[in-house]
Design a protein around this ligand. Structure first.
Ligand code: TYM
Length: 378
């Protein structure tokens, strides 16, 4: 069943499993035409993306770019203002921004079809953040817990605790408001993300509905598009998600890793001592994560993770790892080559792409801001 595209007046809180079928305009004889789709997503420039970013988000971004209707507007942002909610070294950040842009092109984003830009180049993101923060409830924000993991604080830590209050900066606490502004300033109808972003997307819908209720129906509550590989787990601690911030580099495969690095990381992935292969994420998280990665990298291998595990049931864990290594290499070889080509290319190439992207993104965002200012009486 296809979902209708959310409109400014909608109060639905929809989440869609990824399927570009649901992005095609519905053929209808109704008088009001469906609003053209606007697809938006973002990634922080905090290092080269890993397999979790790739399977949970980037690969879907490319699929959407290639399959969305031609009248859709597609925007992908390197969200550098989000990255500075934790302390960054300026030299490193500058390099990471460029590396992220090169990574987005290397996985297959095409600046002729997608608007690719640095968040900090489009001032309207910050302006709308301020406006939304004037209406965002501290109560709601304090129930969103990402700041605890960013500060490596236990789940039990509380805002009432003076040492927590000293460590927690305003920007990190209000991170979800900036994320809501990123989405709403482009009046995005669809936002492709991994499962860890669901709570933030729900907050963005709350912000849009609240604004529309109190002022005019200007903002669009977006629909979440979850990729089938919602959560890729760490190779070394498979009960945790794969993340750029874990201290052990062997916990993640970067999309630019060499064949040797990929092989070493998968060979040292934590599994168990049970004989044979089964897909059982609760009891065999390490083995199941390897199956999950292999299945989502190449869905032609089987119909499901369970079926793939069944096909591999008689393999030793060593042989399973070899199979996973081959699949990862097959998928990432071309990404790595494209990335190397881009980083060796003329230094102006990436700058020209981001300049053009920020120009188009600013035009799109400014159109929303005129309506927002008007609605507020500014
Ligand atoms: P970030 O930079 O942490 O991650 C970028 C995307 O990768 C997905 N992802 C994963 N998916 C599956 N398994 C994993 N282990 C995994 N790790 C990361 C994330 O879900 C995300 O889709 N707050 C966002 C950035 C952001 C944003 C936005 C996203 C800022 N503004 C507006 C969407 C719309 C973040 O930190 O993503």
């Amino acid at each position: 069943m296809l979902r209708p595209i959310p409109r400014a007046a909608s109060t639905a809180i929809p989440t869609t499993n990824f399927s570009t079928r649901s992005l095609h305009p519905r053929h209808s004889s109704s008088i009001a035409p469906a609003r053209p789709q606007v697809i938006f997503s973002g990634i922080q420039p905090t290092g080269v993306p890993h397999l979790g970013n790739y399977l949970g988000a980037l690969r879907q971004w490319v699929k959407l770019q290639n399959e969305a209707p031609s009248n859709a507007t597609i925007l992908y942002s390197v969200v550098d203002l989000h990255a500075i909610t934790v302390r960054q070294d300026p030299v490193q950040l500058r390099q990471w921004r460029r590396e992220m842009l090169a990574s987005l092109l290397a996985v297959g984003l095409d600046p002729k079809r997608s608007i690719i830009f640095y968040q900090s180049d489009v001032a309207a993101h910050s302006e709308l953040m301020w406006i939304l923060s004037c209406y965002a409830s501290m109560g709601y924000l304090s129930r969103m817990t990402q700041w605890k993991s960013k500060l490596a604080l236990p789940e039990s830590s509380s805002l009432l605790d003076p040492s927590t209050r000293t460590k927690l900066k305003l920007g990190l606490f209000s991170y979800p408001v900036l994320q809501a502004a990123d989405i709403l300033v482009h009046r995005a109808t669809h936002v492709p993300v991994g499962a860890d972003q669901s709570q933030h997307l729900e907050f963005a819908r709350e912000c849009a509905n609240g604004f529309n209720h109190n002022f005019q129906h200007v903002l669009v509550p977006p629909e979440t598009i979850l990729s089938p590989a919602r959560r890729v787990m760490s190779l070394t601690r498979p009960h945790l998600k794969m993340s750029k911030s874990h201290e052990d580099p062997k916990s993640r495969i970067l999309i630019t890793d060499s064949r040797d690095e990929i092989s070493q990381k998968i060979n040292s992935a934590l599994t168990d001592s049970i004989v044979g292969v089964t897909y059982d994420p609760a009891n065999r998280p390490g083995v199941s994560n390897l199956i999950h990665i292999m299945y989502h990298l190449d869905e032609t291998l089987a119909d499901s993770c369970e079926a793939l595990a069944h096909d591999c049931r008689d393999l030793s864990l060593r042989a399973l790892k070899e199979k996973v290594i081959d699949t990862v290499n097959e998928q990432l070889d071309s990404v790595r080559m494209k990335y190397e080509e881009l980083t060796r290319a003329d230094a102006h190439l990436l700058g020209d792409i981001s300049d053009e992207g920020s120009h188009k993104a600013s035009a799109n965002a400014n159109a929303t801001m005129s309506l927002v200012r008007e609605a507020l009486g500014l």
